[in-house]
Design a protein around this ligand. Structure first.
Ligand SMILES: Nc1ncnc2c1ncn2[C@@H]1O[C@H](COP(=O)(O)OP(=O)(O)O)[C@@H](O)[C@H]1O
Ligand SMILES: [Mg+2]
Length: 272
């Protein structure tokens, strides 16, 4: 790595709209999708046109926004592998200003099918580029594994938002992600990619452990860590079953308040 042409390690690049943010963590079940949906919905409520790109074959971001992933004509699978335009894939949601480019199960096969595709790592970047003028924010919900789908997500993003669960082993997936972001940078795929933002999520105020984990994360990552900590809140886990972000499902819940604050903090980092 020492012969790399000084990859930028500075974490304070100016952020201007549109911003393309990958929500990533190499571990599953840590709150990536919950953070993507609800931060996206809160940004949209602020009047900012936001596109959520669902890159996880599970399609949780899509179904959590009310999309029936089994009845889609076009999904991200067709965009990445069959030349369907992003514009033809994007669906509106019940939230004004919030749109989703949904995933379907066949996206699981994309990991393999992409291998033999020309420019296989840059399919998503090119697809987003074709619609970027329509949006203020593009949030990419990455799958947990580091296959070609995640590589596409990281190659397409300007920055990474890393949600960390306030629990034991929280830092497990994190080291891996940092390594992978470094690889994407030095490979030349995306020389300015940075982990810009860390969100502490699933905080359990009843345990001392959660508090200790947040302290550790702040010690380690400093001012990349958002001030807002997202609590464990059952309403956040119920909302996807109703196909709604928390801001619609229960706007006064603690989860909704937290994600509105997260969205505000994220947007405050944008140069106005
Ligand atoms: N703050 C929270 N409070 C309660 N449940 C949460 C919270 N964040 C996420 N969950 C739930 O935890 C599970 C995993 O979250 P999810 O966002 O799907 O993680 P990932 O996308 O990283 O796999 C889901 O069932 C989700 O509803
Ligand atoms: Mg997910």
């Amino acid at each position: 790595m020492s012969d790399a042409p000084n990859p930028p390690t500075d974490t304070h690049q100016a952020k201007t709209l549109p911003r393309v943010i990958a929500i990533a963590n190499q571990k599953g079940g840590v709150g990536k999708t919950t953070t993507t949906i609800n931060t996206g919905a809160a940004l949209a409520d602020m009047g900012l046109r936001t596109l959520i790109v669902d890159l996880d074959p599970q399609g949780n971001a899509s179904s959590g926004l009310g999309i029936d992933t089994r009845s889609l004509e076009h999904s991200m699978y067709h965009v990445l592998l069959h030349g369907v335009s992003m514009e033809d894939c994007v669906e509106p949601t019940d939230v004004r200003n919030l749109f989703v480019a949904p995933a379907s199960l066949d996206l699981a096969g994309a990991e393999i099918e992409l291998v033999s595709t020309f420019n296989r790592e840059l399919q998503l970047r090119n697809a987003i580029h074709s619609v970027i003028d329509d949006y203020d924010y593009v949030l990419i919900d990455c799958p947990p594994s580091l296959g070609l789908l995640s590589v596409n997500g990281l190659a397409a993003a300007d920055e990474v938002l890393l949600p960390i669960q306030c629990e034991y082993f929280a830092l497990e997936g994190v080291g891996q992600l940092i390594t992978n972001v470094g690889r994407i940078r030095t490979s030349g795929l995306n020389p300015t990619l940075e982990i810009s933002t860390i969100a502490c999520v699933m905080y359990d105020s009843r345990t001392k452990l959660s508090e200790e984990v947040v302290t550790d994360i702040r010690d380690h990552f400093g001012d990349k860590v958002l001030r807002t900590v997202v609590p464990r809140n059952v309403r956040l886990s119920e909302a996807p079953r109703h196909g709604q972000p928390i801001t619609l499902y229960d706007p006064s819940s603690r989860g909704a308040i937290a994600y509105r604050d997260i969205a505000q903090e994220v947007h405050d980092a944008t140069k106005h």
